[in-house]
Design a protein. Structure first.
Length: 159
């Protein structure tokens, strides 16, 4: 049985997502926000996803500390909007991969693998994983919402 190139890539990405946790329970809580040296969302402006409908790199001189992470913004207006209501603009599941959280893991994310659904920002590991997530957005959101509190607390045990 041969796999198409697309199918093979999907299988490899799914295996990568599932390999993040191994077979054991999580021993400690994760950081509340996925962040790199560049900051939350790898330095991209969270408000731009809503106002410009695309990822926009933030500026170092327009930053704000929230939930233990540094958030960067492309404009002062976006920074002000975030300060006024960070919950409205911050990505779901602390910016961890929405598909991964639905599976019970907390993989990193790519700022370009995103979707805004019902006024909420969801990020994913890659564009390939985003396509997989889009196959059943309501179902994956439901599963992720169920898993997130335990993952965030570090008490989730693989089922």
């Amino acid at each position: 049985m041969s796999l198409s190139r697309r199918s093979l890539i999907m299988h490899i990405c799914a295996a990568a997502v599932l390999s993040f946790a191994g077979n054991s329970a999580f021993a400690e809580a994760i950081a509340p926000i996925f962040s790199t040296q560049a900051g939350a969302i790898r330095g991209y402006d969270p408000v731009a996803y809503f106002k410009q409908n695309k990822p926009v790199k933030g500026k170092a001189n327009l930053s704000y500390e929230w939930q233990g992470a540094t958030w960067h913004f492309s404009t002062q207006a976006n920074l002000d909007a975030f300060k006024a209501d960070p919950e409205k603009y911050s990505p779901q599941y602390g910016g961890y991969c929405a598909y991964g959280v639905a599976q019970g893991y907390t993989p990193e994310t790519d700022p370009y693998a995103y979707k805004v659904v019902d006024g909420k920002l969801y990020l994913n590991l890659s564009k390939v994983v985003l396509k997989r997530w889009q196959e059943d957005i309501p179902g994956y959101i439901h599963d992720a919402n169920q898993n997130w509190p335990d993952l965030k607390a570090g008490t989730y045990v693989e089922k």
